[in-house]
Design a protein around this ligand. Structure first.
Ligand code: SF4
Ligand code: SF4
Length: 325
C-alpha cells in the first residue's frame, strides 16, 4: 500500500487540518536525535513490520552513508543516535559504526529484535553493547508466548526470553548505565492500553515467570503503513482502523510528536522526519540527502505529514520512546 492509497482509503480529515497550532507542524530548531535505519535485512519477518524487513531484503547502509551520518551529527550538535533496522546487527559495518557513534553521542540506542543475539555469528554482541554502554531497546510484543509468536514467528518468544536473560546476566536492566528497555505494540488494529499498566504487567509477569528485569516499557501504537498497512488494506480494515485513530485524536500530544525533535535517515542516505515517513517514502522538503546536510545546518523545517500521523497522536500519543503524555 502506498501513501496515495492510505490517503484516499482513510475517510478522515487531513492530519494537518486537524492541528490547530500550526507551529507544532514545524521542527524544533535544534533536534536532539538522529535516527538511522542501517538496513532492511532482518532474521525475522514479523507481521506488523512497518519497514517490511526480512531475510530476503538486500538494502544495507554503506560505510560512506554512515560516515556522512556521523558528520551531520557532529555539525548539528545532536545528542542521541538511535540505530534501527531491520536487524541492525546484520549490517556488515555495524560494530565499526556503533563504536564511532559512541565516541560522539551522549546516548546511543540500538533497537534489537533479541533473537539475533543468540545466533552464532552475533552472540558476542551483548558484551559489545555492554562495553559501549548502549541503551538496548528490544521488541517484545507481549509477555506471553502465544501472542508474541503469532506476531513475530514460531519460537521467537522463547528465544527473546533467553536473550533477555543473557542481557540481565551482564548487568543490563540492573546497573545504572546499562539501560534495557522493551517495546510493546498491540497485536491488531486497536490502541495500546496505558503504558503504565502495561509496564506493571510486563514487570510482574517477566519477573515471576522468568526472573527478568528491565528499565522502561514503551507502548507504541501500530502505524498503518508497511506490512501492517498492507494487512489492513487487504482485509478492508484500513478505514475502520483510521476511524479508531481519528476518534482518539488527542491535540495535546501534537506538541510532543517525535518528528519535531529528530531526523531519520534511510539505508540509502535520504532524510525523513521519521521511520514511518520512510516506510511511505515521504522525504523531507528541500534538500533531502544526508550528503546535502553534510554541507549545511539542518535548521527548522516543516514536517511532512499524512493521515498515518494520527497513529502518533491518538490517545496518549506514540513515539519510538513510548507515549507522549
Ligand atoms: S519488526 Fe523488527 S524484527 Fe520484525 S521483521 Fe521488522 S525489523 Fe525485523
Ligand atoms: S508519523 Fe512521523 S511525521 Fe507523522 S506525526 Fe508521527 S513521527 Fe511525525
Amino acid at each position: 500500500m502506498n501513501i496515495e492509497e492510505l490517503e484516499t482509503t482513510a475517510n478522515v480529515p487531513s492530519f494537518a487540518d486537524s492541528v490547530v497550532n500550526k507551529d507544532f507542524l514545524n521542527t524544533l530548531e535544534n533536534p536532539s536525535t538522529l535516527q538511522i535505519n542501517v538496513g532492511r535485512l532482518c532474521n525475522l519477518k514479523c507481521k506488523h513490520c512497518h519497514v517490511e524487513a526480512g531475510p530476503d531484503r538486500k538494502e544495507i547502509m554503506s560505510k560512506e552513508v554512515m560516515q556522512a551520518c556521523l558528520d551531520v551529527f557532529k555539525n548539528n550538535n545532536f545528542k542521541t543516535i538511535d540505530i534501527t533496522g531491520g536487524a541492525p546487527e546484520m549490517n556488515p559495518n555495524f560494530e565499526w559504526f556503533v563504536e564511532e557513534c559512541s565516541k560522539i553521542a551522549e546516548k546511543v540506542i540500538v533497537r534489537t529484535n533479541l533473537v539475533i543475539l543468540l545466533t552464532e555469528k552475533y552472540k558476542h554482541i551483548p558484551e559489545f553493547y555492554k562495553s559501549h554502554k548502549i541503551n538496548v531497546v528490544c521488541s517484545l510484543p507481549f509477555y506471553s508466548k502465544k501472542n508474541t509468536d503469532r506476531q513475530r514467528g514460531d519460537g521467537v518468544f522463547d528465544k527473546s526470553i533467553e536473550a533477555l536473560k543473557v542481557l540481565n546476566s551482564l548487568g543490563y536492566g540492573k546497573e545504572q548505565d546499562l539501560l534495557l528497555d522493551l517495546v510493546y505494540n498491540p497485536n491488531g488494529a486497536f490502541l495500546p492500553p496505558s503504558q503504565e499498566s502495561m509496564t506493571s504487567l510486563y514487570k510482574d509477569k517477566l519477573s515471576s515467570d522468568f526472573g527478568i528485569v528491565f528499565n522502561n516499557l514503551y507502548a507504541i501504537t501500530n502505524n498503518p503503513v508497511g506490512r501492517f498497512g498492507d494487512f489492513l488494506y487487504k482485509n478492508n480494515m484500513l478505514d475502520p482502523y483510521m476511524q479508531t485513530l481519528y476518534a482518539a485524536f488527542n491535540p495535546a500530544t501534537v506538541e510532543g510528536i517525535m518528528c519535531r525533535d529528530q531526523i531519520s535517515i534511510s539505508w540509502d542516505g535520504f532524510v525523513y522526519d521519521c521511520d514511518f515517513n520512510q516506510a511511505v517514502d515521504m522525504k523531507i522538503e528541500g534538500k533531502n540527502s544526508i550528503f546535502d546536510l553534510q554541507k549545511e545546518k539542518i535548521g527548522v523545517r516543516k514536517i511532512v505529514t499524512g493521515k498515518h500521523c494520527y497513529a502518533c497522536t491518538a490517545g496518549a500519543g506514540s513515539s519510538c520512546g513510548g507515549t507522549l503524555d
